[in-house]
Design a protein around this ligand. Sequence first.
Ligand code: ATP
Length: 474
Amino acid sequence: MTSQTPATTPASTDDDATTGPTNTTELATIVELCKRRGIIFPTAEIYGGVRATWDYGPLGVELKENVKRQWWRTMVQLRDDVVGMEQAILGPSQVWEASGHLANFSDPLVECANCNNRFREDHLREEQFGDERGEGTLSCPNCGQQKFGDARNFNLMFKTHSGPLADDNSVVWMRPETAQGMFVDFTTVQRASRKKPPFGIAQQGKSFRNEITPGNFIFRTREFEQMEMEFFVEPGTDEDWHQYWIDERMAWYADLGIRPENLRIREHLDDELSHYAKRTVDVEYFFADSSLGWNELEGIANRTDFDLNAHSEASGTDLSYYDQANEERWTPYVIEPAAGATRATLAFLIDAYTVEEVPDAKGNLQARTVLKLDPRLAPYKVAVLPLSKKDELRPTAREVFDLLKVEWMADYDETQSIGRRYRRHDEIGTPFCVTVDFDTIDDRAVTVRDRDTMEQDRVAIDDLVAYLAARLPR
Ligand code: ATP
């Protein structure tokens, strides 16, 4: 077999973790900001909400879509060896039988005989004994009693019926991960895209898991979004490709602004490996809340040929690959970087949250809250702020807004004092504010304020798009 191994492997950022994490922002601070600024808030709140279910408002949907867009840009657009696809959310039982999800996709559930609250046994053991397999008698976090019955396996898949008849033949499942789409459609996509291993298929979208204990804001929800890529390689080259993707994925988070000391790689121990995995590592982020601490953002697994073989066998359709150059047929091994789009959005929000002291006009120190999001992730790239609401400024301010809105997500905001508007845009992470003042009408120039340095430049309206384009990477 000819083997194509990864060309370059960027330096691993593993060592940075030794300096210790620096994140100190608690989830509650982010939850409050998200609610107040309409970024993310409880669903159906007027009816009391639904546990651990969240809606994304005007800014939240921009932020989350930007996270997804950056992932797609890095994983698909900038490469010639990865293509995209989108699978239906509802799927037949056969897919989930073959993948092992119907039999194995379960968590151990324990119920307190005193207060009837239910918990994940492995999470309680981790919290109470420092290890998810730790021995000892568990105490109920709700009532404190030690009256748990035996754990039972609870399948996390959401089941529903397709069509008017709710019988066994109409059962369909809401996908608990996006990955299976790339296995089931492997041959169709491979042939249509004329790709040869090593190559990947990427997908983003909603997944659904009936989690026993959802919580910690959007960290763990029953409906969430994933960004997954299955990279098909020749057996024997899988270990090198696995390391390549671990390094690539760490670099992605760091490039988009997560401080390297708050990121680390955690190797799965042999006894925690999934049934299909040869090696798995997690990319972890340091959450300041003690209930989360270092926790998973993304799993990167070497899934071997398990899934393609399982679907070949169950469907009767051969999903192996014919290697024309060597006149050989083999089943590719699969390297899978599997990230959470919603969970990553949370990590980007937390890591960007900054409170700093800056002098006001009188020289007194004031606290300034700034969301130092990478400009590529910021919901608005630029805000146009007429200095006053007076009619004479409006035509020019609207002209500037019209100029910018075709290039970037821009906000037009003329209410409240200019200071308050700057603070609002600092707090939602807008990289640039453009102020239109009374001089603008004569000199056709505006003041551009930088979110991070608060420095101001006077820029001609004619040069404004070029000025911002030079400072707003795609
Ligand atoms: P966990 O151990 O946190 O339950 P997992 O190992 O089961 O996660 P994977 O199946 O590897 O997760 O899914 C890949 C990614 O999808 C995770 O790293 C995470 O970012 C995201 N994810 C998984 N479950 C959820 C959830 N319930 N809510 C939000 N994101 C999730």
